[in-house]
Write a protein that binds this ligand. Structure first.
Ligand code: SF4
Length: 221
């Protein structure tokens, strides 16, 4: 990544962080109230059949999962090797590299924590993406994903609590992005893009997160 790209990346993240940190929580809360929302615990958003149900994990999610001994065996690198037409990042030795972690999924692409009754088995410790679903912030704007619980009554207190989580999630994600890129640049590794179909013998992957780099055996995916 060239010097100019690097500084452009950092300044765009810092700019968005400033926008987010100056957001009016009450305005977000009233938008959520006017949309209406209640999680009906249907589990639809946790299922592969629902669409992109990948749950990206921020640094606070990772700490919480670790504390609950819910990391090993449940968390995998943020990568999708199923689509052979997808571009991946590799170093000069052909080793895969990626940024961040996500929750593991079953062969049906359902979340690993969803049981047969469509119940989340870690509901009280679920990641920020799940706690704030179907809401998220995009360049300071509140956006909404598809969800069966939309349009339902939500109290001002609950809407405000959700707004606080939505904003905090974005702040953590942006701070994580800065730290992860700093760790990547410190590594001095030069990466190139290669099609998944050209990466046949990869056995391990290097993952950058806010704590540094770690190696992950791809047979554990
Ligand atoms: S952690 Fe729970 S709420 Fe989140 S996707 Fe998995 S089952 Fe659904």
């Amino acid at each position: 990544m060239s010097k100019s790209n690097t500084s452009a990346l950092f300044s765009s993240v810092y700019e968005e962080l400033e926008v987010i940190e100056n957001l009016d929580i009450d305005s977000i809360a009233s938008q959520i109230m006017s949309i209406g929302f209640e999680c009906i615990r249907c589990g639809k958003c946790c299922r592969g059949s629902f669409g992109d149900n990948s749950v990206l994990l921020n640094s606070e999610d990772m700490t919480l999962l670790e504390k609950q001994s819910l990391k090993d065996g449940f968390v995998i690198p943020m990568i999708d090797l199923s689509d052979k037409e997808q571009w991946q990042l590799v170093d000069k030795n052909g080793i895969l590299h990626t940024f961040g972690w996500m929750l593991k999924r079953t062969p049906d692409m359902d979340c690993i924590f969803l049981n047969n009754n469509s119940e989340c088995q870690i509901y009280d410790h679920r990641p920020y993406l799940c706690r704030t679903y179907p809401f998220f912030l995009n360049n300071g704007k509140l956006e909404v994903c598809e969800c069966e619980g939309l349009g339902k009554f939500i109290s001002l207190e609950a809407a405000r609590n959700l707004a606080v989580h939505v904003v905090h999630r974005k702040v953590v994600e942006l701070m994580d992005t800065i730290k992860i890129y700093e760790k990547f640049l410190e590594s001095g590794v030069v990466l190139e893009e290669r099609l998944s179909s050209d990466i046949c013998k990869a056995s391990r992957i290097i993952v950058y997160d806010t704590k540094g780099t770690s190696e992950f055996d791809l047979s554990r995916l």
